[in-house]
Design a protein around this ligand. Sequence first.
Ligand code: DGY
Length: 328
Amino acid sequence: MSSSSDVTVLVFGPYNGDGIAELERRFTVRHLKTRDIAELPEAERGGIRAVAVAGRIPNAAIDALPNLEIIGHFGVGYDGVDAGHAASRGVAVTNTPDVLTEEVADTTLGLLLMTVRELGLAEAYARAGRWEAEGPYPLTRFSLRGKTAGIMGLGRIGLAIAERLEAFGLEVAYHNRSRRSDVAYAYHDTLEGLAKAVDILIVAAPGGPSTDKAVNEGVLTALGAEGIFINIGRGSTVDEPALIDALKNGTIARAGLDVFADEPRIPADLMALPNATLLPHVASASRDTRRAMGDLVADNLSAWFAGEPLPTPVPESEAAGLSRAKAS
Ligand code: DGY
């Protein structure tokens, strides 16, 4: 096995500053600031044994690195990395679960409160001096009191959201591909069924082909005119034009979104809607949590090059026997 400092890690695209510093403490780092592999000279490609990436890396970039062994993805959702393709080339993929769970769940409740109680609009009202000039902010149409919430994707983050919702006094239900045996929340075997049964629908599911545009016109219609929609998972999980129509037409009442189909672009139609609360993908974006995510990427790469089991390989890599480096 190599000493870590002999290993060159390619940081592919924009990446957290603390995360780069941690990689630099352990490895030789080459930072490609764009996501364009053509900008990495051919002569350097053979020297790259690991990649660290936050978000998307195309298969063409994986294929262009002949000695690549491992991709450390900064983020729990790794829909931007084709882990099956990587495995077919013998490349392991890791992600950063657990270290961001509580932060993302906290933000979800913040976004829910902003959406239901119009806290962002109320703050803008106060800052504009309108309280003094015009009187109190109007009473909000919605409240969390007496409401039921449905979670699409009751994984680690979904469960942490469910615990917080319970503490807020809400009844919780969920939809997953299959029922969990370790929770008592009401299970719905279709997303439409869940949407029909609850007042608030929260997406905490991963992106990728299995959830692509799962929240469609039918689901939004089932949620109904008093319904609140929250998305903290991935923008790809929602049919965004259908959501915009639903907000415009009153098919649903309000939406709170941290994620979008084509980040960082937010459709102008969505920006113009007063019943949409919009955040710029900040669910895990505190300095401490992002630092912990960067440390976990570095820990995975260190484990690989020390011949130790990977702390957090993704399931596709585990299934392909890539949860530790083969002894050389
Ligand atoms: C994740 O970890 O998947 C988040 O969306 C990144 O902030």
